[in-house]
Design a protein around this ligand. Structure first.
Ligand SMILES: C[S@@+](CC[C@H](N)C(=O)[O-])C[C@H]1O[C@@H](n2cnc3c(N)ncnc32)[C@H](O)[C@@H]1O
Length: 246
């Protein structure tokens, strides 16, 4: 049980109250880079720079062959959409739980002909359109989902991929071996072993991964994972499935 009196069980069957608390937290967060980064606006630059390099490496290795359509999941005001995805894709959609943040994204991103649809929805309910996306990017939001909703969401993401499409997760990881609950924003930080277990349950194989550099000591490790549906991964691709920890 969390301090707010709601269940903090990552396997809880009825997370409605927990999800409402998280929504309340984000509805009241500052609608700027600092708010999206929990007061660490200075992490914006190293975050985006390394994500950009990671994406370009995925293109070079042939894991991503098209730059038609991407979606930013748990997009907030559109920080990742604006700085990472719009410069790299012809069309970008975003999905975000909090309506006020989606509204703010209009002025934050500014007019851009590549901006696609903006969905107001929790990822626990969102169904990506079948076969639409080359890249589904999920950053600093998956900790808001219970294990079941996490797995089910990634299963639906698989269906949303175009041929040779890719799902990327960028997330904090717990190094204590178990999920840690944050009473303030009502999210969990999972250990890497659990994240990989849930990917496997969702039928996804990690084809590349990389740890974020240049973040201050004392913060959770942050890692990017690029995944493909296990059924579509060739032997050669599976061979490269080794963490590129730097
Ligand atoms: C830490 S912020 C990260 C925002 C953005 N991904 C970024 O990196 O700038 C977390 C975001 O996830 C959103 N969020 C929280 N729970 C969610 C859920 N269940 N479904 C979709 N978005 C959610 C919050 O409203 C907030 O915008």
């Amino acid at each position: 049980m969390s301090a707010a009196g709601v269940s903090d069980d990552i396997n809880c069957e009825n997370p409605k109250e927990l999800y409402e608390k998280a929504e309340e937290y984000w509805a009241n967060a500052p609608r700027d880079d600092d708010g999206m980064l929990g007061g660490f606006a200075h992490l914006h630059k190293p975050d985006i720079t390394q994500s950009r390099n990671f994406l370009s490496g995925l293109h070079k290795k042939g894991f991503l062959s098209s730059n038609e359509y991407a979606i930013d999941c748990g997009a907030g005001i559109g920080r990742v959409t604006k700085h990472l995805l719009l410069p790299a894709f012809k069309k970008v959609d975003m999905v975000e739980l909090v309506k006020k943040l989606v509204e703010k994204s209009d002025s934050y991103i500014g007019p851009n002909p590549s901006m696609g649809e903006k969905f107001v929805s929790g990822l626990q309910d969102f169904v990506p359109e079948k076969g639409k996306y080359d890249l589904i990017w999920i950053q600093w939001v998956s900790g808001h989902l219970t294990n079941r909703d996490f797995t089910d969401f990634f299963i639906r993401c698989k269906d949303g991929l175009r041929e040779n499409g890719l799902i990327c997760l960028k997330e904090n990881l717990s190094d204590s071996g178990k999920p840690l609950f944050d009473d303030e924003d009502h999210s969990w930080t999972r250990p890497e072993s659990l994240v990989i277990e849930l990917f496997n349950e969702a039928g996804l194989t990690v084809v590349a991964s990389e740890q974020q550099r240049l973040f201050p000591k004392g913060m959770y490790p942050v890692k990017m994972f690029a995944m493909k549906p296990t059924t579509s991964v060739t032997k050669a691709q599976a061979k490269t499935n080794m963490p590129t920890l730097i």
